[in-house]
Design a protein around this ligand. Structure first.
Ligand code: ES4
Ligand code: ZN
Length: 336
């Protein structure tokens, strides 16, 4: 499109990318071989990196994707595996014009298979520091607890991070919740989020990606989150949509992800115009770029192709993304 150079140059903030979702089939196969991990032999998709990539082109749902996502990360064992994964992502993000990246990871998905929390964080933190030093981008790590596991597991993951001093020392910027959504109401995790609130830790939650808009209201009223990840189905509840706009709650939208996981049949159904018209703040993000075939700039371009926003609208979105970031005010001034 005519705006492609403008979109490439636009200073971007990424708020919604799962580092484990940046694992390409090539790196997955390479690390699995190095670490002596066998990928499933009973699924022909794992025959080769190219057959795995082909399988990624027809996910049927969030849960269909999550199966491959959790199998894939079993190839990650050492700190340097995690560092390499995140470093490759940060390089890609910098090339896409990202100046500030807030990245999720799933500690329970690693501790549950015997990889220590400290191994994971050491690798990711090293990549963050290298990205700040060599690429000049600011970074924040956010832990995500997993909705398909019991709340006790989430509490343990949260407490491990607290005990490590990782919220207090700035290694971690906040707490999120992700994974399968249907029949996993936010209220189940109230105790974890209440503890985080009491300890002054920022909070966000995946909500209304597949689940009902009520999960957004629950995340706000029960978990007291300051952002909503996805929130795509907010458009179905105009009263709640007005509240989200009035309270300045930012949605971290992931358009290509939603199409890829069949939340909607085409990009035209992404409520970009409706959110703009309603004054809802949102950022545009990549979610799991290695699985969905698009990094952040691809998402910006897909939105532009479908909705033809003006330069003024893009500048507004870029400003809202800076405002909704979890960096300090000095960094926000630099980003503006
Ligand atoms: C995710 Cl697309 C998506 N939704 C929910 N949880 C996730 N974890 C990684 N990707
Ligand atoms: Zn996500």
């Amino acid at each position: 499109s005519a705006l492609h150079p403008f979109l490439a140059a636009l200073p971007k903030c990424e708020h919604h990318v799962h580092l484990e979702g940046t694992l390409s089939p090539n790196l997955e196969f390479t690390l699995a071989q190095k670490n002596n991990i066998s990928l499933p032999g009973n699924d022909a998709a794992f025959t080769s990196p190219s057959s795995l990539l082909e399988r990624y082109s027809h996910f049927t749902s969030l849960d269909d994707f999550l199966h491959y996502y959790f199998v894939g990360m079993s190839a990650l064992i050492t700190s340097s595996d995690f560092e390499e994964l995140a470093w490759e992502y940060f390089k890609h993000a910098a090339e896409d014009g990202v100046l500030h990246a807030e990245v999720f990871f799933d500690p329970e998905a690693h501790t549950s298979r015997g990889v220590p929390y400290q191994t994971v964080v050491a690798g990711f933190k090293a990549a963050c520091q290298r990205a700040e030093r060599e690429l000049g981008i600011s970074t924040e790590l956010i832990i995500c607890v997993l909705r398909h596991l019991p709340v006790e597991s989430a509490m343990e993951a949260y407490e491990t991070a607290v005990t490590a001093g990782h919220f207090a020392d700035g290694t971690l910027a906040g707490l999120g919740i992700s994974s399968t959504e249907l029949n996993k109401p936010p209220a189940n995790w109230k105790a974890v989020f209440a503890k985080a609130e009491k300890q002054g830790i920022r909070r966000t939650a995946h909500a209304a990606e597949e689940g009902p808009p009520q999960y957004i209201a629950d995340a706000l009223d029960i978990l007291h989150v300051q952002r909503i990840d996805h929130g795509r189905r907010l458009v179905e509840d105009p009263v709640l949509m007005k509240r989200v706009a009035d309270e300045g709650i930012m949605l971290t939208l992931c358009p290509i992800s939603n199409v890829c996981l069949k939340g909607m049949s085409s990009m035209k159904d992404m409520p970009i115009r409706k959110f703009l018209d309603a004054g809802v703040h949102f950022s545009i993000n990549s979610d799991d770029p290695a699985y969905f075939g698009g990094y952040i700039l691809d998402n910006y371009c897909a939105v532009q192709e479908t909705f033809q926003l003006s330069v003024d609208e893009w500048n507004l979105l870029a400003g809202n993304a800076i405002e909704g970031s979890w960096c300090n005010d000095e960094r926000k001034r630099e980003l503006r």
